[in-house]
Design a protein. Sequence first.
Length: 245
Amino acid sequence: MSGHSKWANIKHKKGKMDAVRGKVTTKISREITIAVRMGGSDPTGNMRLKLALQKARENNIPKENIQRAIQKGSGTLEGSNYEEIKYEGYGPGGVAIIVEAMTDNRNRTAADVRHLFSKYGGNLGETGCVSWMFKQKGVFAVEQDGIEEEKLMLMVLDAGAEDFEAVDDQFEITTDPEDFEQVQEELDKNNIKTIVARVTMVPETISSLSGDEAVKMMKLLEALEDHDDIQEVYTNFDIPEDMEE
């Protein structure tokens, strides 16, 4: 996880998701179902569904899985009654952690999350204890190969982006959530492919870890992301580059 990029959490998440295909399909399908249930099956007027479908495309979710998830959300196909829960707490070294879950058993999920925090040197906190350290942002990552930096920068800033940065082999674009769709449309119109495109939580400050604390934090993050009920995990930690693998 690289500290020189505010996208570190997003990159790590995508890499983790690429590595666990079955769980990815289940979690994204669940997100689609909830999005349809809350806002209808037309992504034009349902930003949450549009983002879930974008995530499904990024991860090559089969069309039949997507359609089945939409049917469950619209009630034409029976499915579990999931509810959304957010947990907040601290990891090793005081790292801020937000966990977003969807569950059909609130007590089971709460007990599991509390156990994982405790097992890896963290502790679950009260609602609001760390969320103030994050801001919701629209985020995009575009591979630099074949892309003219200045042209792309002017394009997205004109479309409403608030920040543009070249980091490693990517261009990273940040927007306010309300400008996300407009920037997305501009990129699509110009055939600019994104490797990340989502509304997420971006930390405003970073906690640097090393040694045992870094190892424990990585293990906690992986255990949380591997849990069937957990959809997203947001943190604000950074570790040395030589520990990333």
